[in-house]
Design a protein. Structure first.
Length: 448
């Protein structure tokens, strides 16, 4: 690789690698030479090449797999998703669920401004205000199927912050924490920030596999299990009631805490794990997918034994969640705006899901009635890198499986396609037709 020539230190090697990626000389999925081969070609120590690859992997610039080698990472591999290509692009990589249907923030703020107690929202604490918000949050948690008490509720600055605080309350650096082998990248980012060791748990069409949890518990003694049981991100595999009951039992048997992240409320979902193991579950009832991610509000229900530690984690990370944003969100829930938006989004999501199934039904595409994304296993011959690059050529950005993978082997070749992110159903329809057309062809080999 010509761009490495003349580099003598690990810092120089990493800088050359960064520049090659930025200049487009190395595409996502490009295979790098082995460390030994690179050292031989450049006449440097193998340790120098090894350190360079280690630095690049920590930065999320490359990914390495035992027995397979090192590759240029997709943008999503380090926790952010692929950027939309320039021009007439459509970004289906991030789960932005029908944001044009979010409730009116202007109307909410005008209504809030008329509240005689509005000025207390600039105070650090107000017991009366905070208690009222928690009572409303109890009703919100009930929409997810969990009967919390007001004292259980803490407010976080969005579900990402809730995940971080939950992990910080339970774990210490070096602890093992379990997660589905495919999971929300924000969890992995929080685990890395806290220096936690992630143990990936096998999932199948019915969600997380309890036997795999038990196998880990017998050797690793994990402190926690993070999972998205109702709308598994990114595979849409729902965890059935029988497995939920087993997870609750295993949490008691092996002394770990469940962090149950239920992204959006819906009727007909199975009873949450928190209802089965209330003393061993931290329950995250987010509002972002319903009311808007910019509000940065999430309700986190904690058992009594963990409340003080959770309060300490929230204080250390943000002191308090914004009372103003919490007031806006809780008012939207209280005045019925949230329920109206939920109904509107469910209707539009069903319309778009039908488009996905029409265009991609010939492939192995998994959808879910409560989800706004599809999990598409790529046809034979297609790799993640080839599919991402081919679709980018059509002006379509998607999230490859690498972005969600916690395993220690190469991930299966698959894409998450967020059909709620498109601005219109018509734009989505055209993009899905392009995706189907691209994947029906043979991939163009990637060459360096």
């Amino acid at each position: 690789m010509q761009f490495f020539r003349g580099a003598k230190s690990s810092a120089e090697l990493v800088n050359r690698l960064r520049k090659a990626v930025a200049d487009g000389k190395l595409a996502a999925g490009s295979r790098l030479p082995s460390q030994r081969r690179l050292a031989y070609d450049l006449g440097i120590a193998v340790g120098t090449a090894t350190r360079a690859y280690q630095i690049a992997e920590r930065e999320g610039l490359i990914v390495s797999y035992v027995g397979r080698g090192s590759f240029i990472a997709h943008t999503g591999a380090s926790g952010t998703f692929c950027r939309a290509p320039a021009g007439n692009a459509i970004d289906l990589s991030a789960d932005l669920p029908l944001e044009h249907l979010n409730p009116s923030l202007g109307a909410g703020l005008r209504e809030l401004a008329l509240d005689p107690a509005v000025d207390t929202l600039t105070h650090y604490f107000d017991d009366g205000r905070d208690a009222r918000h928690r009572e409303i949050a109890v009703g919100w948690a009930a929409r997810f199927g969990f009967k919390a008490k007001a004292d259980d509720i803490a407010f976080c600055a969005g579900s990402q912050h809730a995940i971080l605080c939950a992990l910080a309350a339970i774990c210490r650096p070096g602890d093992a924490v379990m997660a589905e082998e495919f999971s929300y990248p924000g969890f992995r980012g929080a685990a890395e920030l806290l220096s936690l060791h992630v143990e990936p748990v096998t999932i199948d069409a019915q969600g997380i596999v309890p036997a795999a949890i038990e196998a880990i518990c017998k050797t690793a003694k994990p402190r926690a299990l993070y999972l998205t049981p109702s709308v598994q991100n990114p595979t849409n595999a729902p965890l059935n009631p029988a497995r939920r009951a087993i997870v609750a039992r295993l949490a008691e048997q092996y002394d770990f805490i469940v962090i149950e992240d239920v992204v959006r409320p819906a009727a007909g979902l199975p009873e949450p794990i928190a209802a089965l193991a209330p003393d061993r579950t931290l329950f995250i009832a987010g509002v972002s997918k319903t009311l808007g991610g910019g509000l940065r509000v999430s309700c986190l229900a904690a058992p009594a034994a963990l409340r003080d530690k959770l309060a300490g984690a929230i204080w250390a990370s943000q002191h308090i969640a914004s009372p103003l944003l919490a007031a806006v969100a809780m008012r939207m829930i209280e005045n019925g705006a949230a329920d109206r938006v939920l109904a509107a989004k469910e209707k539009e999501a069903a319309r778009r899901r039908a488009l996905v199934e029409r265009h991609l039904g010939v492939f192995d595409a998994r959808t879910h009635p409560v989800s706004t994304f599809a999990w598409l296993k790529l046809p034979a011959g297609w790799s993640n890198a080839a599919a991402v690059m081919a679709l980018a050529g059509r002006g379509i950005a998607v999230a490859p499986s690498d972005a969600f993978w916690n395993g220690r082997t190469p991930p299966p070749d698959a894409l998450r396609i967020c059909y709620g992110a498109a601005k219109t159903a018509e734009a989505l329809d055209a993009a899905l037709a392009d995706i189907a057309d691209v994947l029906a062809r043979k991939p163009v080999p990637i060459r360096l």
